[in-house]
Design a protein around this ligand. Structure first.
Ligand code: UDP
Ligand code: MG
Length: 136
């Protein structure tokens, strides 16, 4: 049965700065994702805090929001069967050192904070995150 889903992907500042966005987009296309919408965004700190509010009690919250608002990012709506899980699989573990070979974070990530990509972790959060960037 068809299970076409949409998820939100972000190419984070470390990857945009290193000119990796075309390579990352190609990885998504190669893996059967359709990029329905994309745009370049520069968040301010308050926007980043809103986006990452689920992490507000974590010790890394402030650094995370500083980082996400530190440079240009590329946000994309990706569509594929089981897109949420498929994107998480292709991204790899949060810590690039623990990510499996061939994953985006293994290939491109620098550290647990500069790990090159974000992906929604559930269908519900995908809807919230897509609205956050594309509702207008
Ligand atoms: N993060 C961090 N330190 C940690 C855990 C997470 O800097 O100990 C950052 C990391 O960039 C991660 C983001 O916070 O991508 C959100 O954390 P989450 O646990 O949601 O990981 P993800 O869903 O991105 O794999
Ligand atoms: Mg997460």
């Amino acid at each position: 049965m068809s299970n076409l889903e949409q998820t939100l992907s972000i190419i984070k500042p470390d990857a945009v700065e290193r000119d990796l966005s075309d390579q990352i987009k190609n990885e998504f296309k190669k893996n059967g994702f359709n990029i329905l919408k994309e745009k370049k965004v520069k968040l301010d700190k308050v926007d980043a805090e809103k986006f990452y509010q689920v992490h507000q009690s974590k010790p890394f919250f402030n650094d995370l929001c500083e980082y996400l608002s530190s440079g240009t990012i590329i946000v994309m709506i990706l569509e594929k069967e089981n897109a949420v899980l498929e994107n998480r699989r292709i991204m790899g573990a949060t810590d690039p050192q623990k990510a499996e070979d061939g994953t985006l974070r293994k290939k491109f990530g620098i550290s647990i904070d500069k790990n090159s990509v974000h992906g929604s972790d559930s269908i519900e959060n995908a809807k919230i995150e897509i609205d956050f960037f594309f509702k207008d």
